[in-house]
Design a protein. Structure first.
Length: 343
C-alpha cells in the first residue's frame, strides 16, 4: 500500500469513527432545577427535582413539601435519552415507583407508576444551576454510652455562630437521617443548626434497635447533645434541644428529664398517653373494626391490664426478666385469644 493510499484509508476511518462514535453530550438539556407538581388525592403537591451530572451519567434528587416531606431524596436509575426522561422513587421493599416522561423545551411531563397506581407529574425548568443551600453539611460520628458508634449529618447555617441546635429523634422502626432531611433543612434555613443521625441499627449507625428500649434511644440522643456541645464557636451549648417525631415523642422527654444540656423539647405528632394506653387504644380500634363483641374487648383489656401490671411489678422488684410461672400463666391466657371469632 503506497503512502497516499494509506493516508486515504486512515482519513476515511477517522471520518467513520467520528460519525459512529459517541453522540454529543445532551445532558445539559436536562440538568438543573425543575419545579413541578404531582396529583395526590385530588390535590396538587409541589415538587422540586434537581438533576446534575455525575461522571458519565446523571444523578437526581426530589423534594416534596407535602405528604411524604422528602428533602433531597436520591432518585434511582436516573437517565436521559432525548427526549425521554427516566427515574425511580426507590422503595425499601424494591417495589419502586417508576417515572417515564418526555422533555419538550423547558418542560418534563410524564407519569410515575407503582403497582396499579399512576401519578401524573409535570416539571418546568426553574434554573440551569442548582442553588446552593444557605448552610454547610458535616458528617458527625459519636459514641453512645453502651459503646455503639452512631453517625449523622449536621447542617450548620452560614450565618455567624454560635448557633442554637436541634437534634432529631426518630419514630418507630428502622430510620435513616435522610428521613428527617426535610425538617432539618427548614430549621437550618432559619438559623438553627440541625442534626439528624441514623437510628441505631440503620444506615451507618451500629447497634441493634430491635432490643433497644426508650431509655437506650434517649441515651443516644443525649450522646448526640454532648457531641454538639463540644463544637465551640459553632454550636451554643446552652441552646441545644430535641425534636421527637411519633414514637420519638416518648423518647424526647426522657432525654430532657435526664440531661441538663437539653434546653427545649419539640413533639411532632407526639403521643399524649403512655405507651401502654396507646397500645390498648389502637388494638381496641382494630378489634372494633374486625367485629369484636363488647365482651371480647372487655376480656382483652382485662388481660392486657394483668400483663402490664405483671411487667411493672417485676421491674419494681428489680427483676430483669419476669418470673417464669406468672409469665407462663399469662402466655396461656394470651394464646386463648387466638380462638376468638374476631381474629
Amino acid at each position: 500500500m503506497n503512502l497516499s493510499h494509506r493516508n486515504a484509508v486512515l482519513c476515511a476511518a477517522a471520518v467513520t469513527a467520528a460519525c459512529m462514535g459517541a453522540r454529543p453530550d445532551t445532558r445539559s438539556n436536562v440538568t438543573g432545577r425543575w419545579e413541578g407538581t404531582a396529583s395526590l388525592f385530588g390535590a396538587r403537591a409541589p415538587l422540586t427535582l434537581d438533576i446534575a451530572p455525575d461522571g458519565d451519567s446523571l444523578r437526581a434528587t426530589v423534594t416534596m413539601n407535602v405528604e411524604a416531606l422528602y428533602y433531597d431524596r436520591p432518585l434511582a436509575n436516573m437517565s436521559y435519552r432525548a427526549p425521554r426522561v427516566h427515574f425511580e422513587f426507590a422503595s425499601r421493599d424494591g417495589n419502586n415507583g417508576v417515572f417515564e416522561g418526555v422533555l419538550k423545551a423547558d418542560t418534563i411531563a410524564g407519569v410515575t407508576r407503582k403497582s396499579n397506581r399512576e401519578l401524573p407529574m409535570r416539571f418546568v425548568r426553574a434554573s440551569r444551576e442548582i442553588p446552593a443551600p444557605p448552610y454547610t453539611r458535616e458528617t458527625v460520628r459519636f459514641r453512645a454510652p453502651d459503646g455503639v458508634t452512631l453517625e449523622g449529618t449536621l447542617l450548620v447555617p452560614k450565618t455567624p455562630g454560635p448557633h442554637p441546635a436541634v437534634i432529631f429523634i426518630h419514630g418507630s422502626g428502622p430510620s435513616k437521617r435522610g428521613d428527617l432531611g426535610h425538617s432539618a433543612d427548614k430549621f437550618a434555613r432559619r438559623g438553627i443548626a440541625a442534626f439528624a443521625y441514623d437510628k441505631r441499627g440503620s444506615g451507618q449507625s451500629g447497634g441493634d434497635a430491635e432490643h433497644a428500649t426508650y431509655h437506650t434511644f434517649a441515651a443516644d440522643a443525649a450522646a448526640a447533645a454532648a457531641a454538639l456541645s463540644r463544637r465551640a464557636g459553632i454550636i451554643d451549648p446552652d441552646r441545644i434541644g430535641v425534636l421527637g417525631s411519633s414514637e420519638g415523642g416518648w423518647v424526647a422527654p426522657i432525654v430532657a428529664a435526664a440531661d441538663p444540656r437539653i434546653a427545649f423539647v419539640i413533639g411532632v405528632v407526639a403521643p399524649g398517653t403512655t405507651y401502654a394506653e396507646n397500645g390498648i387504644f389502637q388494638n381496641v380500634k382494630r378489634m372494633e373494626a374486625a367485629g369484636a363483641s363488647a365482651d371480647e374487648i372487655a376480656r382483652y383489656k382485662s388481660l392486657i391490664a394483668r400483663v402490664n401490671s405483671h411487667v411493672r411489678a417485676s421491674r419494681a422488684r428489680g427483676e430483669a426478666v419476669p418470673d417464669s410461672a406468672t409469665t407462663a400463666r399469662l402466655q396461656r391466657a394470651l394464646d386463648s385469644t387466638s380462638q376468638l371469632a374476631w381474629r
